[in-house]
Design a protein around this ligand. Structure first.
Ligand code: MLT
Length: 227
């Protein structure tokens, strides 16, 4: 079966869980790995992140969408350029995206964004039991996460959809202009734009520009090339 959890819940136990935080955590994870970061370690707190400071480790993340004081990078994927992240370990703490992971008990956890949507579709082709977990924003539903889930569900072409997956697919199919839908109606997109991060929003809405699939192994996302 394929399902979409509109918000993180603590009983996801599928064969594969696909974590989605389009704005911006999973877009940042995809970008960091695509640009040569060795791995991305998601952590919950600022303290945990700072405890991991070592040589060749970048301490990164946001609170209220802004870079945390004393950190190397924020959560803007545009900061994760090759010349900055290549060969580095990224420790990332964000308000929602990186908090979701510890709630999931699935066999595999991967990260999806619009950037790598097609690669995720290919990766999921031979998986039977899939749950998309939308990170949302501060416990509230985020339309951009649900739309991406719907886009991937549609491309999977499966018939065994649970209610969440069925509705996500319908929502995606009803949207004519994805970019406009998200920029006008997603409250987190509007917040980011009001804070001066419109370039981030535009970047995160680019589709299928990366073929990496971040997969969680032990405590870190590493790069897995799709089959
Ligand atoms: C989060 O994890 O809450 C987000 O990625 C926030 C952000 O836009 O940086």
């Amino acid at each position: 079966m394929v399902d979409v959890a509109m918000l993180p819940c603590s009983f996801v136990k599928s064969e594969v869980a696909v974590v989605i935080d389009v704005l911006r955590a999973t877009s940042t994870i995809v970008t960091a790995l695509a640009n040569g970061a060795k791995r991305v370690i998601p952590v919950r707190t600022v303290k945990e992140a700072l405890e991991k400071r070592r040589e060749n480790v970048l301490i990164c993340g946001e609170r209220e969408a802004r870079k945390i004081e004393g950190f190397d990078l924020g959560n803007s994927p545009l900061e994760y350029k090759k010349e900055i992240v290549f060969g580095k370990v990224i420790v990332l703490t964000t308000t929602n995206g990186t908090q979701v992971i510890e709630k999931i008990k699935s066999k595999e956890i991967i990260a999806a964004s619009f950037l790598n949507a097609l690669a995720v579709v290919k990766y999921l082709r031979d998986k039977r039991d899939i749950v998309f977990v939308c990170a949302g924003t501060n416990g509230e539903f985020s339309s951009e996460d649900f739309l991406l889930a719907g886009a991937i569900v549609k491309r999977l072409g499966r018939e065994d959809l649970k209610d969440g997956a069925h509705v996500a697919k319908k929502y995606f199919e009803s949207v004519k202009d994805l970019r406009e839908e998200i920029k006008q109606h997603s409250s987190h997109a509007r917040k980011l734009i009001s804070l001066g991060f419109e370039k981030d929003v535009d970047y995160c809405l680019r589709e299928n520009v990366s073929d990496v699939v971040p997969i969680l192994v032990d405590d870190a996302f590493i790069l897995k090339e799709p089959l």
